[in-house]
Design a protein around this ligand. Sequence first.
Ligand code: SF4
Ligand code: SF4
Length: 421
Amino acid sequence: MIEAVYNACVRCGLCLPTCPTYLETMTETSGPRGRISLIADVDQGRLELLSPGFVEQMSQCLDCRACEAACPSGVRYGSLLEEMRARIERAQAPNRSAGRRRVRELLLHRLFRSGRLMRAAAAVVRAGQRTGLHVAAARLLGLGDAAALAPEIPERAFVPNDQRYEVAGAAGTAFLHAGCVMSVAFAPVHEATIRMLNRARMNVVVPRDQGCCGAIAVHAGEPDFARELAKRNIVAFERSGADVYVVNAAGCGSALKETDRLFADDPEWSERAARFSARVRDAIEVLDAMDLDPRIGALDVEVTYQEPCHLVHAQRVSAAPRRLLAQIPGLRLIEMEERTICCGGAGIYNLTQPEMAKRLQRRKVEHIRATGAAIVVTANPGCAMQVASGLRSDGSRVEVKHLVELLDEAYARYGAAVNRA
Ligand code: SF4
Ligand code: SF4
């Protein structure tokens, strides 16, 4: 089935300069063209699925989709990678030790199935951050330097609980995807998103029966688990009666827009999944499409924009964030070098491939610092955590903000200025 996909590659090499791991290694097998050849070799039986070199390349790839966006032949590289990761997982799972199976069950299946468990885990991380014990605990669980990546967990989580935020003369209703990491580590971004959607004359609902987007399951080669998670969100959206499913985390948005692919062979769910996928939008797309309230305050600041891979490459949203930034009076956007090259965050990549993740993080931090900007704007929690931890360890005081937070701040400035007058 994937033969047609890899056969579409004409080996032109136009994707190579867009690939972060190729740029770092300058090695053919660590680039998209080489990986596609390896995938064809495995699919046609010339190379063992579990040969160490192949497994390493399927893990080292960030699934950033830069190659897919650059490819003139339309090779859907992401679907090749996902298929291969699923095959590897099916082959490896039976040989996993009981201990590793338990850790995977806890850290993948249980945690991402349950918002309550995710909040409990976040509370433990928060307690650890206060005492410093989180570093040792992460190492004990085999999570390496994960503690250094975690943002400071706020006291308050954003719990989806059937909240409604309504405005007079609303143009429509947005379903806000609360997500897992976003809801425990980035509650202020959700609050800013709700205020901004209201300013764009959208009602907002946050149904409690929603859940994780399933991206982590797809990346881990577990499509059945991804389908289980996706069904919850499809049903929650249908019940909500909302017009649009709004996501403020690019990685989640990309997975949710591709929900239809997960159900392509399922006659019972394929139509519902297709309808659902067609309604998913990043918050940036929604705000860009709406008439925003013109009463916006000025921010006298220089910023640079870190393009999340799953926004620019997977969703092809690149001009909208810049148009929104241009609406903030006083703000100056300074573009960084290699702005569309992955920062090395890529979901849990910084845990599974710590060495390459660090190399890409350093590369990104250098480009950010070279702009002299005071703020890095992004639109994805994975990028925010990876960039912030890189800047921290570099002793930099550059702040990291979600684009929606910055817009919200500009509006709050206007309100404050009016109140002072
Ligand atoms: S750009 Fe497309 S066709 Fe060319 S080598 Fe890369 S994947 Fe193959
Ligand atoms: S998805 Fe990203 S890391 Fe993987 S081959 Fe394509 S460009 Fe390279």
